[in-house]
Design a protein around this ligand. Structure first.
Ligand code: SAM
Length: 322
C-alpha cells in the first residue's frame, strides 16, 4: 500500500487545534507533532525550541479518495489561516514500510502526568526511581500518547490504577492505557479493541513491556460493541436488535478505561455499567465537549455516578462509579 503524508508547519499555540483538524482526516486519527528538536546532553531526551514552528503530520492511504481528502483538508486549513498564519499544506508519498518508520522519526520521549513516561520502543531511557515507563511502538494504532484524550486518561490512571484491581481497557489502540494501568500495579488487565490491527499492535506492546503475565490483549468488545464496525466507519451496530446474540455482561471489573468516542460511550453505557463492580471506577474519554451532555445523561441513566470531570481543549474525560 502507498500512503500520502500531509504536513503543515504551525506555531506552538496552534498545535492543538490544527492537530485535531488533521486527526479528522488522517488514518486512525493519528497525528505526529514534531517540535523543533534540539539534541541535548541527555541522549535521546531532546529539548526543543518553543520559538520555532512545529511540524504536524498525518497519513492517508493513497487511494481514489485521497485527492478529495487532501482538498478538503487544504480548505479547512485555509479557513484556519485566516485567523492564525500557517505554513502551506505539503504532501509526500510513502511506501508502507517508510510509513511505519515515518512515525518513528518524529516521536520522542514524553512525560505525562506526575510519573508516566512514554518511551518509543527504539530509544533508550534511564528511568528515575518513581517513573512508570511505557515502552511503545504505536504502529498503525491510535494511542501514541500525543492525543489530549490519551493524556487525560493517563493522568487519571495515575490516581485510580491501584494494585490488585481487575481492569478493562476497552478500545485499547496501541495498548497504552492497559500498559500504564499494569505498570501502576493494577491487574489482571484485559485490553481489547475491535480493530484487529490495533489488537495486534497492543499485544506486541504488551510483549515489549514484558507484562504478558498481567495484560491480556486481543480483538474484542463489550456488549453492544460486539456488533460495531471499525470506529471510523460509521457502523455503530444499531441495526442489531439489543442483546439478540450478545451474552449478558457481568460485573467483573474494578476499573475500566474507555477512551472511545462519545457516540460509542452512549451506546455502551449500560454494558459499561454492567461490567463494573459496585464501587468500581470508570474512566472515560474521547468525548468532544459538544457531546458531553449525551454521555453524562446516558451514564446517569445506566446508574453510574459522576465523580470527576477534566477538560483539555475541546476534549473531556469523566470519572464515574457504580
Ligand atoms: C481514541 S482510540 C483510543 C486508543 C487508546 N486507548 C488511547 O487512549 O490512546 C479508540 C480505540 O477504540 C477502538 N474502538 C472503537 N469502537 C470500539 C468498539 N465498539 N469496541 C472495541 N473497540 C473499539 C478503536 O479501534 C480505537 O483503537
Amino acid at each position: 500500500m502507498t500512503w500520502l503524508e500531509l504536513s503543515v508547519q504551525v506555531d506552538n499555540e496552534a498545535v492543538e487545534s490544527v492537530s485535531e483538524l488533521l486527526a479528522r482526516y488522517g488514518y486512525n486519527g493519528g497525528v505526529v507533532a514534531e517540535p523543533a528538536w534540539i539534541p541535548g546532553d541527555e541522549g535521546p531526551e531532546f529539548s526543543y525550541d518553543p520559538n520555532r514552528p512545529v511540524t504536524l503530520r498525518t497519513y492517508i492511504p493513497l487511494d481514489a479518495q485521497a485527492e478529495d481528502v487532501r482538498q478538503r483538508l487544504e480548505q479547512a486549513l485555509w479557513h484556519f489561516n485566516q485567523i492564525r498564519p500557517l505554513g502551506p499544506l505539503q504532501t509526500r508519498q510513502l511506501e508502507e514500510e517508510d510509513w511505519a518508520n515515518a512515525w518513528k522519526q518524529h516521536y520522542s520521549i514524553m512525560r505525562v502526568g506526575q510519573r508516566t513516561v512514554i518511551v518509543p520502543s527504539w530509544l533508550e531511557y534511564s528511568p528515575a526511581p518513581d517513573d512508570v515507563v511505557i515502552a511503545l511502538d504505536p504502529g498503525m494504532a491510535f494511542g501514541t500518547g500525543l492525543h489530549p484524550t490519551t493524556q487525560l486518561c493517563l493522568r487519571l490512571l495515575e490516581t485510580y490504577a491501584q494494585p490488585g484491581l481487575r481492569t478493562l481497557d476497552l478500545g485499547t489502540g496501541s495498548g497504552i492505557l492497559a500498559i500504564a494501568a499494569a505498570k501502576l500495579g493494577a491487574g489482571p488487565v484485559l485490553a481489547i479493541d475491535n480493530d484487529p490491527v490495533a489488537a495486534q499492535v497492543a499485544a506486541e506492546n504488551v510483549r515489549i513491556n514484558q507484562i504478558e503475565h498481567v495484560v491480556t490483549a486481543g480483538e474484542g468488545s463489550l456488549g453492544a460493541g460486539q456488533h460495531m464496525g471499525h470506529w471510523l466507519s460509521g457502523d455503530f451496530g444499531e441495526d442489531h436488535p439489543a442483546d439478540a446474540s450478545t451474552p449478558p455482561t457481568t460485573p467483573q471489573f474494578n476499573l475500566i478505561a474507555a477512551n472511545l468516542i462519545a457516540k460509542v460511550l452512549v451506546i455502551l453505557a449500560n454494558d459499561l455499567a454492567a461490567a463494573l463492580m459496585p464501587g468500581g471506577i470508570l474512566v472515560s474519554s474521547g468525548i468532544i465537549d459538544t457531546k458531553e451532555a449525551d454521555v453524562v445523561a446516558a451514564f446517569e441513566a445506566a446508574g453510574l455516578r459522576q465523580l470527576e470531570r477534566h477538560v483539555e481543549g475541546e476534549w473531556v474525560a469523566l470519572v464515574h462509579t457504580r
